[in-house]
Design a protein around this ligand. Sequence first.
Ligand SMILES: Nc1ncnc2c1ncn2[C@@H]1O[C@H](COP(=O)(O)OP(=O)(O)OP(=O)(O)O)[C@@H](O)[C@H]1O
Ligand SMILES: [Mg+2]
Length: 447
Amino acid sequence: MYKRFELASPISEFLGVATVAGILLIGGSMVLDKSSDISASEFIAFIIIFSQVLNPAKAISNAFNTIQRGLASADRTFEYMDKTIIVEEEDGTQKIDKLASKISFNNVSFAYETDEVLDKINFDIKKGEKIALIGPSGSGKSTIIDLLSKFYKVKKGEIKIDGKNINTYDTYSLRTMMGVVTQESIVFHDTIKNNITFGNKNINMEKIINAAKIANAYEFINKLENKFDTIIGERGLKLSGGQRQRVALARALINHPSVLLLDEPLGALDLKLREKMQIELKDLQRKIGITFIYVTHDQQEALSMSDRIAVFNNGQIEQIGTTKEIYETPRTLFVADFVGSSNVIHGKLSEQIFDKNASFTIRPERIRILPLSEETPSNQEICISGKVTDIQYQGANFKYMVLLDGQHEIVVQQQNLRPNTKHLFQPKIGQEVRLVWNRLDSNEVIL
Ligand SMILES: Nc1ncnc2c1ncn2[C@@H]1O[C@H](COP(=O)(O)OP(=O)(O)OP(=O)(O)O)[C@@H](O)[C@H]1O
Ligand SMILES: [Mg+2]
């Protein structure tokens, strides 16, 4: 929609020029071959008057364009304002200024309309912990954040903060205790200072600078001509994705929150900047030691940013555990597939390998690829032969596709070692090879 209005200006320019050219061509030839009563001077006067009308006509089209932009921004702002008043009617009175022990979700189910989007969620977040909530789009991650910041009221089950129901807390004090950064942070058409303080005049400059420093925003703000008084947002200075997120982070940190809710804070950034900001966020966590609740689509980000991961699927928690547990021992096929890549073997592979009719996963980097001539491995190890069907060079690694028993295709990932490394084996496509891995590394999963 927005893009269509962006097109309006170039299109009206083009049409204006095309019309003048058309009139010149037709009118000019009529005047020159005297097929009309119009004299040359009359025609020139007409062209001059016509060209005067063109600019106001284009201005109307541009004004329409600007109004549409304004409406789009107003929509976003009103959506946000609407959200903030949803639970105000019957607010709690209990004040809270920091998280003392933990947040618990006890059997929380939630529906925005009729369909439940969270189904009996149970988990705890301890003070000072870094927890990542991951899962596919629509699995309920942002809903958890919305319930925690009381944008919506829990009706089934309960969320407890330090042992007390979240509804007993005063919403303002609860939100001051928790900073929130969302995927596409809203930047208002106002000064950087007001964007950070939300217009709160009671916050002094020292606090603002401090929050900007922690959020790594200070450096770029300080380079601007008007520093914290620079106007940003819609008609002001356009910030880059990273700068915008840093301002949003400073806004979230301004009240020294005890809990930071980050809902895909780096989702809109390119890979390099995302990696840079991941390091900054981890650094921040170490420095201020607050509780981090980190929502992300990206499993790599979840693994590197958190102590524990909760994997959401369809409104339920598939598995929750330390990052290592989730990666090494995924309990379900979904988790094995969602976090890292995994080989999945369904059913009985062969009597001496998998004696049960079940599903197993094995990570590509846990498999060694060896020549057929290699001596038989120990009892602890699984050994199976297959044929290489594809090789992908990935810079740091080689990825081999190996077909076992004409049915299971297994992915093996091997580090790209120096060519003259001892015992280095680099098979060719079509070659028969032997795959070996430790029995403990194949992990039984529930479908
Ligand atoms: N305001 C709303 N009104 C109605 N339904 C909603 C609303 N917000 C979210 N939903 C629905 O609730 C479900 C969970 O949405 P949620 O935003 O929590 O997912 P998510 O895991 O954060 O997804 P994403 O990764 O895309 O951000 C989805 O089916 C979504 O369509
Ligand atoms: Mg979301």
